[in-house]
Write a protein that binds this ligand. Structure first.
Ligand code: UD1
Length: 369
């Protein structure tokens, strides 16, 4: 008899969508090619943590992800409110769908909330991007990572440092599988489309002659003095080369609240959030990147583009070992701008298993479970 397994795939916030997409493409192929042996049924649950068109729908279109089967529509709120709303809404879904596995990705509140619900119901949880640690518990994501990994039954890691972290935390080795970086699957599959982006034309950008900036972490944007200083430094940078800064809704809210404005300055493109292909074009062609995003640290490593990460730590140390990423601070930012603008091109291979085949490795493991 054919074996059939059912997966509940959970996505909630922008960085989740590019991690879920390759799973769906791989499941479709698996069901076509292995239909004799096993079938994978899935149900895509969107928690609604991100809901703006530019933070959510645009990625479903860009990445050819089917419309979610279920949208919990939880929206924004404090961490406790948002987590509680996701949990309360996800429990009946688990009860009704009776999945063999709940599959969660990344480190956002949706990841932790759905893991808590599934574990308490005795449903197995697979965590994609397990084991990353910044060792900084002031970051909400670090709490989400620790709780998710402590409860998950299968920990699918993107890099060997993640395996080490999990082993040190006492997670049994048989639960841990090094599968590589699933976001790179999405990157590899979309690179040609990204190269056709019309954004460079719209903004009059030339390859290797602009800086790409994204900042949204509470530690950078929630404090008035810090955000004011950051915007002043970015303004100075824009006197040296064009800058593209798509502004995350959290950052937009804080800029408006503190009445900080850099709009209208020549060479400083402060724009609305952009889609996946436009972001990939900017990443591949930037002179350098300034960010506090986890995803951009990894994508720039793949493209060998220098990245300055405005944080005191990173849960992705492999990007630093590869020589593409450097941690920076308000104090060192201007010096670091100077260094990256004058550095020679980087030439290193991508880390192991950042090869576009992580989705296949994951689906193979789950289909044999
Ligand atoms: C969340 C994740 C963070 C991830 C980021 C990527 C957590 C704890 N944080 O942070 O890890 O890097 O997403 O974007 O899960 N908002 C909108 N429209 C939206 C979504 C949010 O306007 O579609 C605004 C709301 O004012 C909201 C604020 O942004 O209060 C923050 O949203 P939230 O989901 O709480 O956290 P992010 O900062 O987006």
């Amino acid at each position: 008899m054919k074996k059939q397994i059912k997966l509940l795939l959970v996505a909630g916030a922008r960085p989740n969508f590019m991690k879920i997409a390759p799973l769906i493409w791989t499941i479709r192929t698996h069901n076509k090619e292995s239909a004799e042996k096993s079938l994978i049924d899935y149900c895509l649950v969107h928690t609604g943590q991100h809901y703006d068109e530019k933070m959510s729908a645009v990625f479903f279109n860009d990445l050819n992800i089917p419309k979610p089967d279920i949208n919990l529509e939880v929206g924004s709120g404090s961490h406790a409110q948002q987590t509680a709303r996701i949990m309360a809404a996800f429990e009946p879904v688990c009860l009704k769908e009776k999945p063999d596995w709940v599959v969660v990705v990344g480190d956002v509140n949706s990841t932790m909330a759905c893991t808590l619900v599934a574990s308490k119901m005795g449903v197995k949880v697979a965590h994609i991007e397990a084991g990353l640690r910044s060792f900084d518990r002031t970051m909400p994501e670090e709490i989400n990572r620790i709780v998710t990994d402590a409860l998950a039954d299968l920990l699918l890691t993107p890099s060997p440092d993640a395996d080490e972290n999990l082993k040190k935390e006492g997670i049994p080795a048989e639960k841990i599988r090094f599968v590589g970086n699933i976001m790179i699957d999405t990157l590899v599959s979309n690179i040609e489309k990204a190269r056709k982006s019309t954004l460079p034309k719209q903004l009059n950008l030339n390859p290797n002659d602009f800086a790409y900036i994204t900042l949204h972490r509470p530690s950078n944007v929630d404090d008035k003095d810090k955000l004011t200083n950051i915007m002043a430094i970015i303004d100075d940078l824009a006197h040296q080369l064009p800058v593209v800064f798509p502004v995350h809704p959290r950052t937009r809210k804080m800029l408006d609240q503190y009445r900080i404005s850099n709009n209208g300055k020549p060479n400083l493109n402060i724009i609305e959030p952009i889609g996946y292909h436009d972001s990939l074009w900017l990443t591949e062609h930037a002179c350098f990147i300034l960010t506090d995003s986890g995803g951009l640290q990894e994508e720039s490593t793949y493209f060998q583009i220098p990245c300055l990460t405005l944080r005191p730590n990173t849960e992705r140390p492999i990007t630093i070992q590869q020589g593409t990423n450097k941690l920076t601070s308000l104090e060192t930012l201007e010096k670091d701008f100077h260094s990256v603008l004058n550095c020679s091109p980087l030439k290193k291979n991508a880390p192991a298993f950042w090869d576009g085949k992580t989705g296949c490795r994951i689906i193979e493991i789950l289909s044999e479970s």
